[in-house]
Design a protein around this ligand. Structure first.
Ligand code: HEC
Length: 161
């Protein structure tokens, strides 16, 4: 009896030790390095209200999809300037640069539109309400892959100052 029990115990201890180690390892080691502080990816979850996400999607389809695509996938050649030197509408789904900007910056961009005389993105001030832009941004963020969202959340939105 004893040897079996001891073996089982050892096995259990090993399993526990292993899983603990894996957990500690995957818990934000990359983010810790980036941030120099203790924050785990598990702490960064998108608890978006489903009805806000749905409102954002409906508003996006109505106002933005004509240029940015139904799924915010942008124009296939969004990196290539057009003949007039301007750029086509980029993806907003996490595959381009939208996530390099904080919520505040994105909102300002949407309100004001592309750079005057350069951009082709219209400004939405006076057309969309603040709340509607917030809803759209929530939908856009809901599209981002987990890693992109976590990187954005830690490095951009909550940039260590
Ligand atoms: C007429 C076409 C058009 C419409 C409609 C449009 N956009 Fe854009 N958008 C662009 C273009 C083109 C750019 C690239 C910057 C520029 O040239 O002005 C852009 C850029 C952006 C960016 C910056 C992306 C980045 O990588 O920094 C955001 C965010 C954005 N649009 C959101 C929206 C939202 C939200 C709506 C709807 C409310 C919308 N756009 C409607 C054409 C459009």
């Amino acid at each position: 009896m004893m040897p079996v029990r001891a073996a089982t115990l050892t096995l259990l201890l090993l399993i526990t030790a292993c899983s603990e180690q894996t957990d500690t390892h995957s818990t934000g080691s990359t983010l810790d390095r980036i941030l120099g502080r203790n924050i785990s990816p598990e702490q960064i979850t998108r608890n978006f209200a489903p009805d806000q996400v749905a409102r954002g999607q409906a508003l996006f389809l109505k106002n933005c999809a004509a240029c940015h695509g139904q799924n915010a996938e942008g124009t296939p050649d969004w990196r290539k300037p057009l003949e007039n030197g301007r750029y086509p509408p980029p993806p907003l789904n996490g595959t381009a640069h939208a996530w390099h900007h904080s919520t505040e910056e994105l909102k300002r961009f949407i309100l004001n539109g592309g750079p005057p005389g350069e951009g082709r993105m219209p400004g939405w001030e006076g057309i969309l309400k603040d709340q509607e832009i917030d809803d759209i941004l929530i939908w856009i963020k809901s599209l981002w892959p987990e890693e992109v969202y976590q990187g954005w959340y830690t490095r951009i939105e909550n940039r260590p100052r």
